[in-house]
Design a protein around this ligand. Structure first.
Ligand SMILES: [Zn+2]
Ligand SMILES: [Zn+2]
Ligand SMILES: [Zn+2]
Ligand SMILES: [Zn+2]
Length: 311
């Protein structure tokens, strides 16, 4: 074999070696890799870099798991291939189905994605791209970011009531009766309407059945849940409000009759006019997003904290 041939051969072998070196199928990185549970593809082992409820999209692993049909199909425990799964197809709006099946977090994109009518703003008729977020919902109706802002202002006025008309009043954050505006500073604009809707409900519920401590924690949790990328825009505000109270109740043993106040899960759901199953489903999303557990120090009533060894 000539020297030239040998060199060529060696170069070829080197190239082949380079090709077989595993790389993340999404970003091409070759460091700190793992395989996806859903489809066994190489991917960055970077889920730990994700900050809970920051909804950042910086984790390849999380992006594939949470924002693709492949990942969702696996997480939901569906049978068969995601490409022809009826449960996936029927479980979401066609537009989101196509988005989850074809976005850049997929290794393999959905071939022949179904056609869909664009989603339009209920108020102004403008087309809304659901995959981009930034919209709000009321029941089945979608509102574009502009109309969402308008709705938010109307809601704010309604929420503030006749007493707080003075525009420059500085609300106190540590008072549960303080202005919601302060809390809204921590909520992205697109989520402001939903936040207001949810908090209006939890406020009323806590006033009627629980106490100021619960009311305050519900508001805090609503802020944490109303962040970019959250599923909170889907479904009714009542379901999320119930999910929040129920989640906090689990942290604080609300169903324990030796506690004051105490309340059965069934009655929380009834109070918001939703089913127990719906309430529990929302609570699961919240619990996973916030890593909740009983006596969680961030979400524990201060009255309960005294008897809590974890804090
Ligand atoms: Zn990656
Ligand atoms: Zn996958
Ligand atoms: Zn599926
Ligand atoms: Zn609009």
């Amino acid at each position: 074999m000539s020297d030239k041939r040998k060199k060529q051969k060696r170069r070829k072998a080197r190239r082949a070696k380079k090709r077989t070196r595993p790389a993340c199928g999404l970003c091409g990185s070759t460091e700190n890799l793992t395989k996806t549970e859903c489809c066994g593809n190489w991917i960055c082992d970077d889920e730990h870099e994700y900050v809970m409820f920051s909804y950042a999209r910086n984790s390849c692993y999380r992006n594939h798991r949470r924002y693709t049909l492949c990942g969702l199909h696996h997480t939901e425990g569906h049978e068969g291939n995601w490409q022809d799964c009826d449960q996936c197809r029927e479980g979401m709006e066609t537009e989101m189905y196509v988005h989850y099946g074809t976005n850049e977090y997929n290794f393999e994109k959905l071939s022949n994605p179904p056609a869909y009518e664009p989603t339009r703003c209920h108020a102004c008729g403008e087309v809304i791209v659901l995959g981009d977020g930034g919209y709000s919902m009321k029941g089945e109706d979608y509102f574009c970011p502009k109309c969402s802002a308008k709705r938010m202002n109307e809601l704010m006025l309604a929420l503030q009531g006749p007493k707080s008309n003075a525009p420059d009043r500085q609300p106190e954050k540590d008072s549960a009766n303080g202005s919601l505006r302060e809390w809204l500073n921590d909520v992205p604009d697109a989520y402001a309407v939903r936040f207001s809707e949810v908090v209006k409900l939890t406020d009323a519920f806590c006033d009627d059945h629980l106490n100021v401590e619960y009311k305050e924690l519900c508001r805090e949790m609503a802020v944490a849940v109303c962040q970019d990328g959250s599923a909170v825009l889907k479904g009714k505000p009542e379901s999320w409000a119930a999910g929040i109270v129920y989640s906090l109740g689990r942290v604080n043993f609300l169903s324990d009759p030796s506690q004051t106040p105490h309340m059965k899960s069934k009655h929380i759901a009834e109070g918001f006019g939703v089913s127990v199953a719906t309430m529990q489903a929302k609570s699961k999303v919240i619990r996973e997003g916030l890593d909740l557990f009983p006596f969680h120090p961030d979400w524990c009533l201060s009255s309960l904290r005294e008897s809590n060894l974890l804090t």
